[in-house]
Design a protein around this ligand. Structure first.
Ligand SMILES: *Cc1c(COP(=O)(O)O)cnc(C)c1O
Length: 405
């Protein structure tokens, strides 16, 4: 029996076929069961901020597991308090900020959804979210996710959510005093690394403030330094009412959080929300260690610089398949001229490179934040070779048609 047979028989079919069986990782590299090495520019979908098996990550898990892993939220632990204070500082909440811990992005957004309802009450039943933004797969967060094909098999959705285009005009038309909250994904990662128009976040802040609505920013993919700031909203110089984080803050350990600012910090009261695992000592110790390493090693700046370097170098490859690069820092979308993203991902895997295609016309690159010159050089070589493999296949495909025309 092959591992493919086992996976096909035993794993839930909500995911497509698994592309490889990985047995270990180190830094920016993964190894499969045949001991083949791959350069990993997906990093578990923007999760492994420090790469694989980083000593800081490994030691934080070992040390905390040997000290105290879990006591429930009837009690506090030092790692939990340390991470809450650290997240407040990095997000810039000031003293009035508060942190709710969960175990995933969806749980962070579920908490944010409940925050919006607590704020809205009966007078403000409307919740706005952006078309094409992704906020999660649970029933609550799916209701916030503006992708009809994802919702369709699971209707009816939790009511009250309306989707608007990502334009300042759409914001102006939609905001009124009956809106409890506006959810914004500051760079739409799952939609193909799509940026918001210039001035959008500033307009969203001004309009939500004018109408007494919360501005809730989903930083689950963009946070933890990925875009070259700790959080993407910081590029816009605004202060939101809440942000949600997960993915990169754990460096591979499952953890998520809702971070509130100002008045939004007063909305939850005892009994309104909770989680058994959320914020346990083990997860918070690991996250603190990961964020500490990002801070100590200047990896937010590295993300900004390596991202710029990669975007310029990818364009300089001068591939006829590449239309251009989107995104910020190390959240990069390579826009394609043809719907061949899946073919490029498959060719890359053959060449020993792991990348991802959020749609047919985009390659997403979200490597570890600590990549250096060696990884960038190797990536460009492997990515260039992968593009050429697909270019050659396209020419072969097109040749008979041209001959017959
Ligand atoms: C990944 C992601 C989520 C969902 O996080 P999970 O941990 O998969 O539940 C929500 N929002 C955004 C922007 C994401 O990228």
């Amino acid at each position: 029996m092959s591992w493919q047979d086992d996976a096909g028989r035993d794993l839930v079919r909500s995911f497509g076929d698994r592309m490889a069986l990985f047995v270990r990782g180190e830094g920016a590299y993964l190894w499969d069961a045949d001991d083949r090495r791959y350069l990993d520019f997906l990093a578990g979908i923007a999760v492994n901020s420090l790469g694989h098996a980083h000593p800081v990550f490994v030691q934080a898990i070992a040390r905390q597991a040997a000290t105290l892993a879990h006591v429930s939220n009837y009690f506090a632990t030092p790692p939990q308090l340390e991470l809450a204070a650290r997240l407040k500082r990095l997000a810039g909440t000031g003293d009035s900020g508060r942190v709710y811990f969960g175990n995933s992005g969806a749980e962070a957004n579920e908490a944010a959804f409940k925050l919006a309802r607590l704020h809205g009450g009966a007078d403000k039943p409307r919740i706005l979210a952006l078309t094409d933004a992704f906020h999660g797969r649970t029933m609550g967060t799916l209701a916030l996710t503006g992708k009809p094909y994802m919702q369709a098999p699971f209707l009816p959705m939790t009511p009250g959510v309306e989707f608007i285009d990502s334009t300042i005009e759409a914001l102006e038309a939609a905001l009124d005093d009956r809106v409890a909250a506006l959810f914004v994904e500051p760079i739409k990662g799952e939609a193909g690394v799509v940026e918001l128009p210039e001035g959008f976040l500033q307009a969203a802040r001004a309009l939500t403030e004018a109408h007494g609505a919360l501005l809730i920013i989903d930083e689950i993919q963009t946070g933890a330094g990925r875009t070259g700031e700790w959080f993407a909203f910081q590029h816009a110089g605004i202060t939101p009412d809440a942000i949600t984080v997960a993915k990169g803050i754990g460096g591979g350990f499952p953890i998520g959080a809702l971070i509130t600012f100002g008045h939004a910090s007063d909305l939850f009261y005892p009994g309104t929300h909770g989680s058994t695992f959320g914020g346990n000592a083990l997860g918070t110790a690991v996250s603190s260690a990961v964020l500490g390493e990002i801070e100590d090693e200047g990896l937010v700046r590295n993300a900004a610089e390596r991202g710029q370097q990669l975007r310029e170098s990818i364009v300089a490859l001068d591939s006829p398949l590449v239309a251009g690069c989107r995104g910020r820092g190390l959240l990069i979308g390579v826009g394609l001229r043809h719907p061949v993203a899946k073919a490029i991902v498959a060719a890359a895997q053959e060449h020993g490179l792991i990348i991802n295609a959020p749609n047919d016309e985009t390659i997403r690159l979200v490597p570890a934040l600590n990549i250096g010159d060696a990884e960038v050089d190797e990536f460009l070589q492997l990515f260039g070779a992968s593009l050429r493999t697909v270019e050659d296949a396209l020419v072969l495909d097109a040749a008979p048609r041209e001959a017959g025309a």
